[in-house]
Design a protein around this ligand. Structure first.
Ligand code: UD1
Length: 370
């Protein structure tokens, strides 16, 4: 039997920590050849290269360099650039992760060229079709051959959408694999707490980049109000996504004058170190909801919905919406007035072995085929 050829695709920051454990599991397993493709959706060194270096990923075999643009431009550019790469390597299966534009674009190209597609982190649904990522999730799942899910709610979502059970494989959470593999290293090697002079559980970390929170004046105004209200209670560390920095404009000066610690986007290890010792994390990210649950750190998710409900039911996450009053009430009631966070349990399959289960499944599927 010829060895299985896997093409592994990453495009944007939250993809890199999902691809890394799969790449490692393939190396460990042996007998599989892997082609690593980076679409270049994210391209700044601190949004991309630092993750490859810290996660020990090799240089990608192909870098498509698509860059930023409208959703249509970006998705179309990935598709155009990906098609010849697919033709060049002729993989047996294309593995896409997460829900960014690159995920959908590469899945669509592959499936139309008759190449099998595996989607990692399949089945997550926020129910909010105004989120571009929700459209990417629904469309990618609908066309993928193999759906690797991180939690049982994802299985139920896919079944509810009529996807046959034999295409769904519950494997657990690959981002957790990366977190568990790097947590000790982050604690030992990152000096971010000393650099910023921050004490254990003495500060809040805030991240913001969703269009719904930063793209309109009204939303930005609300978010600035939240940041300043949190800063009155405990020091705020705010690593700024490029989208958010450009939208904030001169408001960054106001935040800095009030003592908010404004940073460029951080690498994986520094950000993980910051989360580990934070009193609370306030965010609109998807992945951070999961990472804080793994770390047992309270998280306030500043969105109206989440595609990761398991972090609410079992984890440390609170869905607090975007109203400053509501967010600060929850900060006081759910976090600052409590010595310890409520009991939480780790979701099933969040054990550091999800990527191995993915690779085992692919091998099993291919040994049945040939
Ligand atoms: C993308 C993903 C989102 C993910 C986020 C993580 C989609 C639809 N969205 O959103 O799901 O949570 O990444 O960061 O795929 N920019 C830079 N340098 C970079 C990358 C971007 O300066 O390396 C700037 C550009 O001005 C760009 C803007 O950031 O226009 C937004 O980048 P883009 O990739 O369009 O979307 P994100 O908001 O990063």
């Amino acid at each position: 039997m010829a060895s299985l050829r896997v093409m592994l695709v990453a495009g944007a920051r939250p993809n890199f920590m999902k691809v890394a454990p799969i790449w490692y599991a393939i190396q460990k397993r042996g007998g599989i050849s892997v082609i690593l493709v980076h679409t270049g959706q994210h391209y700044d060194p601190n949004m991309s290269d630092v993750f490859f270096a810290e996660l020990g990923l090799p240089q990608p075999d192909e870098f498509l360099g698509v860059g930023s643009g409208t959703h249509a431009e970006q998705t179309a550019r990935v598709m155009l650039a990906f098609e010849p790469v697919l033709e060049k390597y002729k993989p047996d299966v294309v593995v896409v992760v997460g829900d960014v534009n690159s995920t959908l674009a590469c899945a669509l190209v592959a499936v139309k060229r008759g190449v099998k597609v595996a989607h990692v982190e399949a089945g997550l649904r926020s129910g909010d079709r105004t989120m571009p990522e929700e459209i990417n999730r629904i469309a990618t799942d609908a066309i993928s051959d193999y759906l690797f899910t991180p939690s049982r709610d994802a299985d139920a979502n896919l079944l509810g959408e009529g996807i046959p059970a034999e295409r769904i494989f519950f494997v657990g959470n690959v981002m957790v694999d990366t977190l568990l593999a790097h947590r000790e290293k982050a604690i030992q090697h990152s000096s971010i707490l000393q650099q910023l002079d921050l004490g254990e559980r003495q500060y809040a970390v805030i991240t913001l980049h969703r269009p719904s929170n930063v793209d309109s004046e009204e939303a930005l105004h609300r978010m600035v109000e939240v940041i300043l209200a949190v800063q009155k209670r405990l020091p705020v560390v705010l690593p700024l996504h490029p989208r958010t920095r450009s939208r904030l404009g001169d408001r960054v000066k106001v935040l800095a004058e009030e003592g908010v610690i404004l940073l460029e986007p951080l690498g994986y290890l520094d950000f993980l170190r910051l989360m580990c010792s934070a009193r609370v994390v306030l965010t609109d990210s998807g992945g951070i909801q999961e990472e804080t649950t793994m770390l047992g750190v309270p998280c306030l998710t500043m969105r109206e919905n989440t595609e990761r409900p398991v972090t609410l039911t079992q984890g440390t996450n609170h869905l607090v919406g975007a109203s400053p009053e509501h967010i600060i009430t929850s900060l006081e009631k759910d976090v600052l007035s409590k010595e310890e966070h409520r009991q939480y349990t780790l979701p099933e399959g969040w054990d550091g072995h999800a990527a191995e289960r993915i690779v085992d499944t692919l091998i099993a599927l291919w040994s049945c085929k040939y």
